[in-house]
Design a protein around this ligand. Structure first.
Ligand code: ADP
Length: 448
């Protein structure tokens, strides 16, 4: 019998030591030793005491090999025994320390794994050659990794020579590095990576991957917004300044052109003030400073108030404003916010409807929601622009919008107000035929 190959078969917890000895020695003496430790009988103890020293040591070694983590105390000593008892006691203590240590290591390994997997950042650890030896769950998700990451080199996983070099520098020279990468995939991601040497006399490196896609997107939006605001403000300011200077330089005494210039200054200053008002409104909405008073709102009344406010402008352009909102219909909303929504939608409808055209406000119920529609017979919007018209400063036709005194913020305010009221807004349109903007709101019962 080959004792070593048989050893694993006999690693049974209750009789592990004895059985291991039996396996190790493979003879009758081994069986006796096994019996001593397994049964603890006096006869067996005597056999143990009489066994040669070398055999006892081998038996003890085998028992240590077969030990399982957390197995607790085990006695190698026998009461009233020979000079070996000192050694046996030491082994007893060693045994306890050994199993405690193995138990503590296993617990610490489990804790480390739980901490890594609980992180939202992706983490990997490499060996001294820069090969991944460990990673957490978040990393697999972040890298859209279908394949096994352990055993791979950075270049194979991210195709970035910068990252590959950074990992090698961390492993070889102990240098840390920060870099930004794009992870290709269904939805490309921008990832900030911090590569560091493992330290503490350990060879290898770690890398922490932080998904900053949203951060970069918001930064871009902020930059675009600042650029847009500056641009929007510059246009009327330049016009006002230019005409004011011309008037100052003598045109004021020109009875033919002066009134025209004053009129332009007036129009541009109105535009400026509309722009500032919309910007303030939007920033209040985005800062979450809007206090909504949500309650049952009678839609017919709100629609009538908004229509009255827009009528002078509509009449000037010969656009008919029609209301067909059932009198009993209501929605759970903020009356002032809803009026502002309707006002912005009606203002656009009148603005983009042709002279002689019509604008209609209607309402209906749809399950638990109330749908409020503003329909016009205007220029319409091409399908490719539809998903973007609610963005700040997005205009289908910049020139036309400016000529009509538009700020490019009206629909963005509509969207914010609608969602703040727990609703939403949608648009459908056919170029050349007209557009329909639908505000969806939570419904309340029939009566006001
Ligand atoms: P603006 O002040 O330019 O009207 P909005 O945010 O209100 O800004 O609208 C954004 C863009 O959407 C407009 O510039 C216009 O191109 C388009 N749009 C909005 N409402 C209508 C409509 N009823 N008919 C056609 N186009 C519209």
């Amino acid at each position: 019998m080959n004792p070593r190959s048989a050893l694993p078969l006999l690693l049974l917890p209750a009789a592990a030591v004895g059985a291991a000895v039996l396996a190790w020695t493979g003879n009758g003496a081994g069986a006796l030793v096994a019996a001593v430790i397994a049964s603890g009988s006096a006869l067996a103890a005597a056999a143990w005491a009489n066994a040669p020293l070398a055999q006892r040591l081998r038996a003890t070694e085998a028992a240590l090999r077969a030990a399982q983590p957390g197995e607790g105390t085990r006695s190698f000593a026998e009461p009233g025994e020979d000079p070996l008892s000192g050694l046996a006691q030491s082994l007893d203590q060693l045994w306890v320390r050994f199993t405690d240590r193995v138990g503590a290591l296993a617990a610490s390994e489990r804790t480390l794994g739980a901490v890594l997997d609980g992180m939202s950042e992706g983490v990997w650890v490499t060996d001294a050659t820069g090969t991944v030896i460990r990673h957490n769950d978040a990393l697999k998700e972040l890298l859209y990794a279908g394949q096994e990451l352990v055993g791979q080199r950075p270049i194979a996983l991210l195709r970035s020579t910068d990252l590959h070099d950074a990992v090698l520098r961390a492993c070889v020279e102990g240098v840390s590095a920060r870099l930004e990468l794009t992870v290709e995939g269904v939805r490309p991601r921008t990832v900030a990576v911090h590569v560091r040497p493992l330290g503490r006399d350990l060879a290898g490196s770690t890398a922490v991957f932080h998904d900053i896609t949203e951060l970069r997107r918001l930064e871009q939006i902020r930059k675009d917004f600042v650029a847009n605001v500056s641009h929007e403000l510059r246009t009327p300011i330049t016009a006002i300044r230019g005409y004011a200077e011309t008037l100052k330089a003598g045109a004021l005494r020109d009875p033919e052109h002066a009134p025209q210039m004053v009129e332009i200054i007036h129009r541009q200053s109105e535009r400026l003030s509309a722009l500032v008002a919309d910007l303030l409104e939007l920033s209040r909405l985005e800062a979450g400073q809007l206090r909504l008073n949500l309650s049952h709102v009678a839609l017919a009344d709100t629609a009538a108030r908004a229509a009255d406010a827009i009528r002078p402008k509509a009449q000037q352009k010969q656009v008919a404003v029609r209301l067909s909102v059932p009198p009993a219909m209501g929605a759970y909303a903020d009356a002032r916010a809803l009026e502002q929504v309707l006002l912005n939608l009606l203002d656009n409808a009148v603005k983009y409807a042709p002279s002689g055209g019509a604008v209609e406000v209607s309402a209906c119920s749809d399950g638990g929601r109330t749908l409020l529609e503003v329909r016009d017979s205007g220029v319409g919007i091409e399908p490719r622009h539809l998903p973007r018209v609610f963005e700040r400063f997005y205009r289908v036709d910049k020139g036309r919008s400016r000529d009509m005194g538009g700020t490019g913020l009206g629909l963005s305010i509509v969207k914010h107000l609608s969602t703040a009221m727990g609703g939403d807004v949608r648009v459908s349109s056919e170029p050349g035929k007209g557009s329909t903007f639908t505000v969806l709101l939570p419904a309340t019962g029939g009566e006001a």
